[in-house]
Design a protein around this ligand. Sequence first.
Ligand code: C2E
Ligand code: MG
Ligand code: MG
Ligand code: MG
Length: 292
Amino acid sequence: QAKMQGKNRLEQYDVQWEQSTRALTGKLQAIQQALLNEEFILYYQPKVNMAKGTVLGAEALIRWQKPGGDIVPPGAFLPAIQDHPLEIELGDWVIRTALAQAEAWHEQGLSLEVSVNVTSLQILEDSFISKLQAALDAHPGIAPEVLQIEILESSALHDLDKVSRVMQACRKLGVRFALDDFGTGFSSLSYLKHLPANVLKIDQSFVRNMLDDSDDLSIISGVVGMSQAFGLQVLAEGIETEQHGDLLLRLGCELGQGYGIARPMRAEDLPEWVRHWQASHAWREVKPVDFH
Ligand code: C2E
Ligand code: MG
Ligand code: MG
Ligand code: MG
């Protein structure tokens, strides 16, 4: 009897496993087809200097625009292509598209940095540097410094030696690096020494709770201190209100990004947004408040 149950359970497991692999295969195929059909689109979320009232650039965030018009967020399709060659194919597309966009803005008289998110699989692939070089060469209108590559702090730490070698090679090309979701990956000061990053992006979870959680406030304060010690830029993500922005400024973090500043938007909407935001924030003066 017990043996029978065990066998049934095993069979049930097999069926579920089969169904989930088939579903994954279906999704992979759909994503492959979507890439061919050019259904992917990059939205851009502005990155600003809150103290100076200037716009630094924008982060490219991928969306899947279904033929019916539905917009699918990255969290709903990127996991399905993890560790599949499509992860690299889509990643390459993101870099090429973001560079083309930065060049187009530049031609319209807007010099903006553009940030792209990458995975460690993507940047550790053998041909990553040569493809990056080719993509930069294809857009001679912009300097390589315009491109900023965001890698999750946690994945950078996971392959510390390999990732830092690739970062080094990219930096030789002029490309800049940010450690994304910083503060969640247990970076210590010594790890940071080995990663040639330019920017620390404070994870939005700390920013979200900073107004009522003193631990999160301390973490932010600590990351700002780390950035100063290493001569890095620091940028806060997930700024939803002016209160968040003001407190960050008092903590010494001038760079920010979040729904309170702007939601990710279509590329064609960005120039108008930049003009409007810079005009309305021109009055803002640097507030040198010593928080400590
Ligand atoms: P991320 O790089 O940390 O990007 C920030 C995410 O937070 C974005 O979500 C953005 O829309 C959202 N966000 C920005 N400001 C706020 C705010 O004030 N409040 C809240 N609640 N959310 C805010 P999104 O676009 O859904 O992207 C999620 C993640 O997917 C990204 O996190 C990034 O890790 C990944 N991702 C997005 N595009 C790409 C891509 O082209 N390639 C790769 N490899 N990953 C990508
Ligand atoms: Mg990012
Ligand atoms: Mg982030
Ligand atoms: Mg994130």
